[in-house]
Ligand binder design. Structure first.
Ligand code: NAG
Ligand code: NAG
Ligand code: NAG
Ligand code: NAG
Ligand code: NAG
Ligand code: NAG
Ligand code: NAG
Ligand code: NAG
Ligand code: NAG
Length: 498
């Protein structure tokens, strides 16, 4: 099941520390919560930690066996943090290119036919490939809403896929009622055993366990108290839930969680989307210091949208959601969100017949959402920034390609100009997972051919399935009827080109 040769990351500090010199480093100042740019700077990594950081050279406190890296002309950025995704879904790559969210629920979500079609092998491969896709784009921490939890073996396969990838993962195991899958009691028993599973207690701390649950709005109180007992008893790393509101329903709102006593606690809660959250929900997030995860491209692509989520970006991090349908790059997500928020605020002024004078959002704010805010949403202040004492999770950008020439502001260079090809090295927990532009996962050729075969088999099943038309109203929604959207016309004359 598991690849024979999984990742053996090159530890930077196992037998010697490493010193980067000459770089532009995007550091951070906690006093004002702003980035702090260090020019011609040095950074010492010892083990899994950033041990020293300074402009110019570092002369003292350098361990004997330290490797020096000349990073002149490079930009060193904190690794990016993705706070909402479903890593198992890789095999659907490109077949959801034009689906609405209602389509998604029917075809690609946790309640459809996936539970009976995906084997544990498919899940392992999808999870591993989805995780490596994150490494490739410079994401060093991911919160996985892991809802391919339809059986013991499938769950274990997903966890193994995450463990083998080398990316820091908060694995939020989903408890749900899926027809034909395991019972509530079996799920609770598996969750209890996961709290003691060695894979979540490794010395490197890369993989931690959380809970994903989507029925706060209607579950019996006894179910919730069973889950809270386990969550609190095992001090799980996170609770995460899909929250939409509006015509969608899925009202797993801050208000709902607060009414059950889950919100105002030490355990972080991440609300994905929170598209239509209301004013009181927003106030509760601020009072309890909990976060939403806005997934910009997903919310555009599927149509959740974010009419009110855009008003609570002071308690927000960003996520990718379904990497089978769009970019898994957090930088792409930040860029898209930045320009969308700008467009909306500009429009507010233009609608008043006024000419906007200033830009409503800065690149630094966009960068903050995919770094520091992601870490705070997980209550991990040791992640998401480059500071002495932080975990050594970072990305080294080359600035040699034409799109980067002429840069002076490293944050603008990353948010607006860089692409994945500019990423040279990715380091997680002091170990290279990508180096000189290449993933270090050792069995990639085998993974590629096995994942390709798995995707081909699964996509054939999807192509041959007859999908009933969407009629009436969304299942588990609040009764709002389905309605059509207006199709865009991109062809001259007759036809639309859709
Ligand atoms: C020094 O570090 C290098 C690379 O990390 C390693 O190959 C070598 O064995 C180390 N030497 C000693 C004496 O620890
Ligand atoms: C570091 O690299 C730069 C650019 O390639 C070069 O100009 C410089 O001489 C190098 N410094 C050292 C100490 O090797
Ligand atoms: C939507 O995309 C899928 C996959 O690319 C394609 O098979 C399907 O024909 C498209 N649907 C429409 C209405 O164009
Ligand atoms: C997961 O990996 C462990 C070793 O860490 C192995 O014992 C187990 O069989 C694997 N589970 C599956 C379902 O592949
Ligand atoms: C609540 O728990 C019961 C078992 O006690 C289970 O049958 C039911 O599916 C659960 N409901 C939800 C919404 O989790
Ligand atoms: C969980 O339930 C057990 C047994 O009822 C109880 O002893 C324990 O205190 C509970 N733990 C929490 C965190 O609620
Ligand atoms: C729970 O875990 C967090 C993060 O590791 C830790 O800071 C906190 O002290 C733990 N709380 C308890 C009650 O063990
Ligand atoms: C959260 O708990 C703190 C400390 O127990 C309390 O002061 C505060 O009022 C609570 N906030 C809410 C929104 O319940
Ligand atoms: C467009 O459709 C109309 C009405 O069906 C038809 O008369 C006309 O020839 C079509 N034009 C082209 C360019 O196909």
């Amino acid at each position: 099941m598991r690849s024979a040769g999984f990742l053996l990351p090159l530890a930077l500090g196992a037998s010697g520390a490493i010193l980067y010199e000459g770089a532009t480093i995007i550091s951070f100042n906690e006093n004002d919560e702003r980035v702090s740019i260090l020019d011609d700077a040095s950074m010492l990594i010892d083990g899994d930690t950033i041990a020293a950081l300074s402009e110019g050279t570092i002369d003292s406190g350098i361990p004997g066996n330290t490797t020096r890296v000349n990073a002149t002309g490079k930009i060193i950025s904190p690794g990016f943090i993705d706070t909402h995704t479903h890593l198992w879904q890789t095999a659907f790559k490109t077949i959801g290119s034009n689906t609405s969210l209602a389509d998604y629920f029917q075809k690609f979500g946790e309640y459809g036919q996936s539970a009976s079609v995906f084997t544990p092998e498919d899940l392992y491969l999808g999870q591993l490939a989805g995780s490596l896709e994150r490494v490739h784009v410079g994401t060093t921490t991911v919160l996985d809403h892991a809802h391919a939890s339809w059986s013991r073996e499938g769950t274990d396969s997903c966890i193994n896929g995450s463990a083998d990838s080398g990316v820091r993962t908060v694995y939020a195991h989903a408890i749900h009622e899926v027809a034909g899958a395991w019972s509530w009691d079996e799920q609770i028993s598996k969750l209890q055993s996961l709290t003691k599973d060695d894979r979540f207690h490794a010395d490197n701390g890369l993989l931690t366990l959380g809970l994903a649950y989507d029925r706060f709005f209607d579950a019996p109180a006894s179910n919730l108290s069973t889950l809270w007992n386990i969550t609190k008893g095992a001090n799980l790393s996170v609770v995460t839930t899909h929250h939409l509101g509006g015509p969608w329903g899925f009202t797993n709102s801050p208000t709902a969680l607060h009414s059950h006593g889950w919100l105002n606690d030490t355990i972080p809660v991440v609300f994905s989307h929170s598209s239509f959250l209301n004013y009181k929900d927003a106030q509760l997030l601020r009072e309890t210091n909990q976060y939403i995860s806005t997934t910009p491209e997903s919310e555009f692509h599927f149509g959740h949208n974010h009419p009110h989520a855009n008003r609570i970006q002071d308690q927000a991090s960003l996520g990718v959601d379904c990497h089978f349908t769009y970019s898994s790059s957090m930088v792409n997500q930040a860029r898209m969100w930045l320009q969308n928020l700008r467009a909306g605020r500009y429009l507010n002024t233009l609608e008043k017949w006024e000419v906007p004078t200033n830009s409503p959002m800065s690149v630094e704010q966009a960068f903050y959402l995919i770094t520091r805010a992601g870490a705070l949403s997980l209550r991990r202040p040791d992640l998401g920034t480059i500071q002495v004492g932080s975990k050594a999770d970072f990305v080294v950008y080359s600035t040699d390609s034409p799109n980067m020439l002429g840069w002076s502001d490293p944050v603008a260079a990353i948010i607006l100009h860089a692409d994945v090809g500019d990423i040279e090295d990715v380091i997680v927990n002091g170990a290279y997972v990508k180096r000189a532009g290449k993933l270090l996962y050792s069995n990639y050729a085998s993974l590629r051919s096995r994942l390709t075969a798995s995707a081909k088999r699964i996509q054939k099943v999807w192509a041959e399935t007859e999908w009933p038309a969407l009629e009436g109203s969304l299942q588990n929604g609040e009764g709002a009827p389905y309605g059509p959207t207006e199709i865009i016309d991109t062809l001259r004359g007759n036809g639309t080109g859709y």
